[in-house]
Design a protein around this ligand. Structure first.
Ligand SMILES: Cc1ncc(COP(=O)(O)O)c(C=O)c1O
Length: 335
């Protein structure tokens, strides 16, 4: 029996993972492996030049014991776009979706039951492998899918958490911030460590061109609820196009009757927000209690309680994801 008590965001060993190889001509069919150790040449481009892309999505167990995934087609599309930017042969959406389904179903017993609020995190990835020395794309590639049961990404879960704005940059406007490449996250390790050392849940990046606007959180997008009742989230060329925030915008408009807009959010605009949060597959929705930046503090709804709109959005989003609420949008695929 798998123990789902106190699930955090760590790895639990499961039964199987999926691996496929591109030999320079086309992607192979791939298959399930019991061992998640992989053997690749130390000359691999993924190791030296970060020729690596990945995805993150989740499988949910419903009250009735069904297994479902959320907006998998969107992850498949984004993965394909990431491959294109990293000069990795594109993984066809059908291969991506079949591999995810196969891997989830091979690890059914690791999907936490509904009442735990836990999920099975799914991590597709693609790597440049083989023998390479100069700065050029690899001749061989690996596509894989890993899964592991998880709880909350931020320890606070749905409770508000403090964030700080970092003065380090993660991505540039014409760089790769809008692509899910491992390289972006390497740049984020140090600011994340500094935020933790100072008692914050994570850091928030400013746009790297002017350092006056909110970009995103280290592993999630940013959103706010303005005092006049709008859902706002940064418009920026250097942030990941989050599937969660797109879903929240739709829910805010359709279910809460709120205008939902991608806008440039200047630092001073934070004073006009009644509520703020981090959103993403891993973070789900994490309310932000306050944001510190140099000698300024921007305070939001409460240090201890979730704001009313954030709570409604959380209930709607997770309700659809876990199958408690009917999905009117075709976002759910039952496996
Ligand atoms: C940097 C970054 N921004 C935003 C997100 C949210 O994207 P999504 O909602 O598609 O998971 C993620 C991943 O969770 C991320 O790593």
């Amino acid at each position: 029996m798998v123990n789902f008590d106190n699930l955090g965001f760590d790895v639990t060993k499961v039964n199987n993972n999926f691996q496929a190889i591109h030999d320079g001509t086309s992607w192979g069919e791939g298959d399930l492996k019991s061992d998640d150790d992989i053997t690749i040449s130390a000359f691999s481009t993924c190791l030296h030049y970060a020729q690596e892309v990945f995805e993150g999505l989740k499988a949910y167990k419903t009250k009735d014991g069904n297994i479902q995934v959320f907006r998998i087609e969107e992850n498949a599309k984004r993965f394909r776009d990431s491959c294109k930017r990293a000069l990795i042969p594109e993984v066809p959406e059908t291969l991506f979706i079949d591999a995810v389904k196969k891997t989830v179903l091979a690890n059914k017993e690791f999907i936490p039951p509904r009442e735990t609020n836990g999920t099975l995190y799914i991590r597709p990835y693609a790597l440049g492998i083989g023998y390479n020395l100069g700065l050029k794309p690899a001749k061989k590639y690996m596509f894989g899918v890993l899964v592991t049961p998880v709880g909350s990404y931020f320890e606070s879960g749905i409770n508000p958490a403090p964030f700080m704005i970092t003065d380090l940059d993660r991505a540039a406007p014409r760089g790769t911030g809008h692509v899910k490449m491992g390289a972006n996250y390497a740049a984020g390790l140090m600011p994340n460590r500094i935020a933790h050392e100072h008692g914050y849940a994570d850091c928030i990046y400013l746009d790297s061109e002017t350092h006056t606007r909110i970009d995103e959180v280290g592993a999630a997008n940013f959103f706010g609820i303005t005092k006049d009742g709008r859902f706002v989230t940064p418009s920026s060329p250097s942030i990941l196009p989050s599937i969660t925030r797109r879903s929240l915008m739709k829910l805010a408009e359709d279910k809460l009757g709120m205008p939902a807009e991608c806008v440039e959010i200047e630092l001073d605009d934070l004073n006009h927000l009644a509520e703020a949060g981090a959103c993403g597959t891993a973070a789900v929705i994490t309310p932000i209690s306050k944001i510190d930046f140099k000698d300024k503090t921007f305070q939001f709804y409460s240090d201890t309680e979730v704001g009313p709109t954030t709570k409604k959005l959380y209930d709607l989003l997770t309700g659809i994801q876990f199958g408690d609420i009917e999905d009117p949008y075709g976002w759910i695929t039952v496996l």
